[in-house]
Write a protein that binds this ligand. Structure first.
Ligand SMILES: C[S@@+](CC[C@H](N)C(=O)[O-])C[C@H]1O[C@@H](n2cnc3c(N)ncnc32)[C@H](O)[C@@H]1O
Length: 208
């Protein structure tokens, strides 16, 4: 999936090509995100690296006013189309931006980052620091990351451990209450019938 990427390929070039002409992801909200936020009342939210927007649309359908940001305009156009079909255009908003340069103009009640992995340059530490600073006092930050994939899975992306993500977030203990910090394992299989274990790290913090 991530092979033969020419040197100098930008994030936008790579991800626009990746999304191409047809739907890539399932269209379903991430079950771990659902688990982490379904108890929260709605407010304002931002999803960093939203891809085709399934999580944004799920939040919008539950009453959140949500901004989805991604570097790939192709994915965002598809997300806007899905949002229209779901009847949530008034509360699902989209912004094409490279998160390495994105500076939030406001803070949000919920900031989410699901699987922000990339085979091209990605300043994860900076982006996660921005995610933390974009969380309003009393607001919630959720970061889901792949921590390990089966050995038959494409190895082109270096995956951070739970500890890596926590270090990158650098949430001061006197300013954040860490409510979830765990690794969740799940059996997955590919089109050839191979199965294996995928591990995802889950961090949910509340800004005091
Ligand atoms: C593995 S996908 C995950 C998409 C979505 N969050 C999900 O869980 O389905 C990673 C996403 O991050 C986006 N992305 C990668 N680098 C980015 C960057 N520098 N700025 C903004 N988005 C970026 C990609 O376009 C892609 O949609």
């Amino acid at each position: 999936m991530f092979t033969d990427i020419p040197d100098g390929t930008t994030a936008q070039q790579f991800w626009d090509g990746f999304y191409g002409a047809r739907q890539v992801w399932s269209g379903d909200p991430n079950p771990l995100l659902v688990r982490e936020v379904e108890h929260l009342g709605p407010g304002t939210a931002v999803d960093l690296g939203c891809g085709e927007g399934a999580d944004v649309i799920w939040l919008a359908a539950r009453g959140w006013d949500v901004l989805g940001i991604d570097v790939a305009p192709t994915a965002l156009a598809r997300a806007a189309d899905y949002a229209a079909r779901a009847g949530v255009t008034a509360s699902a908003h989209w912004q094409a931006a490279d998160l390495a340069a994105w500076r939030p103009e406001r803070q949000y009640d919920l900031v989410t980052v699901q699987y922000l992995h990339s085979p091209v340059a990605l300043d994860r530490t900076r982006i996660l620091g921005t995610a933390a600073s974009a969380t309003a006092p009393g607001g919630t930050l959720v970061v889901l990351s792949h921590a390990a994939m089966p050995d038959w899975h494409d190895p082109a992306v270096a995956l951070p451990t739970l500890e890596d993500v926590q270090r990158d977030l650098a949430l001061p203990r006197d300013q954040w209450r860490l409510e979830t910090r765990e690794v969740v394992e799940r059996t997955i299989s590919d089109a050839d019938g191979r199965s294996g274990t995928r591990s995802d790290s889950v961090i949910r913090g509340v800004r005091i």
